[in-house]
Structures are given as C-alpha cells and as structure tokens.
Design a protein around this ligand. Sequence first.
Ligand SMILES: [Zn+2]
Length: 341
Amino acid sequence: MRPLKEFLHEMPKAELHVHLEGCITAEILLPLEASRGEPANPEAFQELYRFKDFYGFLEAYGEVCRRIRRPEDFRTVAGMVLVSLARQKVRYVEMLFTPAVFFRLGLDVDEVFHSIFDAAEQARKSWDIRCSLILDNVRQWKPSFAEKTLDWALKFRPWVVGIGMGGDENGRRAKEYESIFREARAQGLRTVAHAGEIGGPRSIWDALEYLSAERIGHGVTALEDPVLVKHLLRHRITLDVSPTSNVRTGVVPSLARHPLPRLLEAGLAVTINSDDPAFFQTSLSEEYWNLSEQFHFPAERIVQLARQAFDSSFLADEEKAVLLKEFDQYVQMKNPGSKDS
Ligand SMILES: [Zn+2]
C-alpha cells in the first residue's frame, strides 16, 4: 500500500453521516435470508444496488430495508457494519437510523433498538469503537411518524443523541416538522438535516430555520447563496459532505466537478463521510483516499478534514478531547507530510 494510503487507512476517524441501512451489503443480506430458510439469489441481490439517479437510489434503499424481516436481524446487521467501520479505524460514529421505516413494515421497533444496542455494546468491548444513533425522518411521510421518532429518541437516550431529516428533499416542507424539532432541542436532543443535496440554498435555510439543524447533511448547493455562506460561517454550521454519494445519485456530474474544494476555500467547516457505502460502493477510508487521488489535496488538508469530524461531533467536550488527543498523537507520530507520495 502507498504510504499516504496506509496513513489514511490507519488514521483514527470519526464518521458523522452514515446510515445503518445504507451499510447493508449483499454480503450481509444473503446470510440473513439463508438463515430464514429463503432461497439465495446472489445475482438478484447485486441488481438491487444498481440504480441510475436519486429516486432510483431511494427505491433500492426501500427494497433493501424490506428484506430485513426480524428485529433480531439488526444484531447481525449492526454488528457487521460496526466491524467494517472498526477495521477502517473509525473510533466514533454518529449513525443515522430510520426506525419509522421498520415500524411501517410491522417490526417490533423496541426490539430492533435493543438488537442494535446489543451489537453496539459488543463492538465497543471488542473493537473499542463507539456508536451513537441519530434517528432520521422521512420527509415525504406525515409528521406523525416524526412524532413517533421523537418519542423513540427520548426513550432510548443516551444511545440516541439526536434526530435528523432525510428522504426526498423536495417532499414536504421543513416547516411542517418545526414543532417536533423544536421539542427535540428543548429536550436536549441534537438536530441534523439533509439539505442542499438535491434542493437549493432555500432548503438549507429551511433546515436551519425550522429544524434548528446544527449540522447540514450535504449542503453542496450552499455556494449559490453568498448570504447563506456568511450565515453558515457566522454560526459555525458544519456541512457533512459525502462526495461519492453525490456523484452516484447524480447530484454532481463527477468528483472532478464536486464543489468540495470551493466549500473549503469559502472557509466552511466540512466533514467527509460515506453516507450509504453499500449503495455507493465506497468506504470512509476510500473517501479520504479520494481527497488525495481525485481532489489532489495535500496530506495536511486531509488531516484537517479528519480532525473536523471529531470537532463537529455531538460528543461531550471531555470525550472529544480524548479522541482528539489520540488523533493528534497518531498524526504527529506518522507525520504524513514527509511520507506523501
Ligand atoms: Zn444521508
């Protein structure tokens, strides 16, 4: 492995925008189906992950979720996902998860949560990776589902640290969820929202105004509005950017034309994420390597972005300080500048 690639792979990481459901690969699904005594069809599974645009992606995503049929399946799913993250030296993950999907599919959601927490506890003991959940909402669904989601979030603290908004950005207006997100903040939960991905700057403004979003998922259209950029800078709102995701869903035509370098030039706080690695055939390590390979960022700049992920996380200050110390020690010890190739 090239020195910088190895450095990035071994670098302690935090990931702030990755969906548990979006990490479910065919390799995870196939044994699950087999354990239910259902005939395996690997080719049909691979087909699931081929889609052409954002709406095709949402459809594929729904189909993968429908194949999780038992609450206890989540113990296997979350366990395998956390191992994969731990192998990439992810030390802390704020994992998005959408319980309303499985509620609508008729699963016992409390049991689903307990299965995930069991897996997270095990992962912490075995691989020293820490996982918090952010419960995501589906923008095209009625706000009553978001109310239920808030109840689950409050019930399952401290595993759950916040709520989010996802789904079709052109679905319902953020304003319809305003009171739910306000209540979440009043109760001490943190808030994030997907915005400025397929929607323009107006959608980011809405996420800030009505959902009190503390971090924006994607936000890649922010630069179209200089007033918004100033606002994001003034209020130190982080954009959780997922470059490969944006290419695979057709939000940007290629990595070469991704606005990431310009977002950084504008001084915005940005973190790098994998979003739905199973669907986008990527990983967090791969995303960091792309910064060198595709964006030609120097090692120091990549290190800065990786550090930002710990900084922008919802960890308590003292926990953040411990992980940042570990991160800084790693960087100092390995000195990537001298090994850049
Ligand atoms: Zn996402």
